[in-house]
Unconditional design. Structure first.
Length: 216
C-alpha cells in the first residue's frame, strides 16, 4: 500500500523492485565501518577521493537532467539539488584538506564507470534518467540514515553521515518522488526499473571499491 493508504506509487514500486538489494545496502562493510568509527585510514582517503570525483560528475548529471526536463516544475525541483551538491563537494574538499588527501589523483574505475552510466541515462529518456537520479539519492539516504543514531559525532565521518541523512536531503528526495510519480503515473516501465536497479548495484560497487581498494 502507498504512504497514504492508496495504491503503491511509482517511486515506491521502484524501491520494491530493487528490495532484494537493500540488505546489501544497509549491511555493507563500508557503512558498518563508518558506524563503528573504525574505517581504515586508507579507505577513508579513497572515500574522500571517490566522493569528490563523483560529486563533480554528478553535478553535470543534475545539470543534464535540468536540460531535458519536460516542464518548468520538473526543472525547478531537480535544480534544487545543485546547491546541496555544491555543499557536498565543499564538505569533501574540507575533509581532504584535514586528512591530507590529494584530490588530483585519478579516481578508480568504479567511480568513473558509475558517473559514466548516469550520463548515459540522459540519452534514454527523461523518465529513465529520473529513475536513475532518484535511485542515487534514495539508496544514500537509506544507508546513511540507518546508522545516523549510532555514528559517533566525533569521528571524521560524521559530517558525511549527517549531510546524507538530513532533512534537506530527505526533502529533495520527496520532490524527486513526486516527479517520478508524475512522469510515469501508471507505474515504472521496465527500462526505469532496470536503470534504478543498476544504479543501486553501481552504488554497492562504488562502496566496495572504496572499502577494499581497486586498481586499473
Amino acid at each position: 500500500m502507498g504512504q497514504h493508504g492508496g495504491a503503491v506509487s511509482t517511486a515506491e514500486q521502484l524501491v520494491l523492485h530493487s528490495a532484494p538489494l537493500w540488505p546489501r545496502v544497509l549491511g555493507h562493510p563500508l557503512v558498518n565501518a563508518v558506524a563503528a568509527g573504525n574505517l581504515d585510514p586508507d579507505a577513508f582517503d579513497r572515500w574522500i577521493l571517490a566522493e569528490h570525483a563523483f560529486g563533480t560528475e554528478f553535478r553535470r548529471f543534475i545539470a543534464g537532467m535540468v536540460t531535458i526536463s519536460p516542464t518548468g516544475w520538473d526543472a525547478e525541483v531537480i535544480a534544487a539539488g545543485l546547491a546541496p551538491n555544491k555543499c557536498d563537494i565543499d564538505m569533501v574538499s574540507r575533509a581532504a584538506l584535514r586528512h591530507g588527501t590529494d584530490l588530483d589523483v585519478e579516481p578508480g574505475p568504479s567511480t568513473i564507470g558509475f558517473a559514466g552510466y548516469l550520463q548515459s541515462q540522459l540519452q534514454r529518456g527523461y523518465d529513465v534518467a529520473l529513475a536513475a537520479l532518484y535511485a542515487t539519492q534514495q539508496v544514500y539516504f537509506d544507508a546513511w540514515g540507518s546508522i545516523r543514531d549510532r555514528t559517533n559525532w566525533s569521528t571524521p565521518y560524521w559530517p558525511f553521515v549527517d549531510t546524507w541523512s538530513s532533512a534537506i536531503f530527505s526533502d529533495w528526495i520527496g520532490g524527486l518522488c513526486q516527479l517520478v510519480d508524475a512522469a510515469s503515473p501508471g507505474g515504472p516501465s521496465p527500462a526505469m526499473c532496470l536503470s534504478f536497479d543498476r544504479v543501486v548495484r553501481f552504488e554497492l560497487q562504488f562502496w566496495s571499491a572504496i572499502y577494499v581498494g581497486e586498481t586499473w
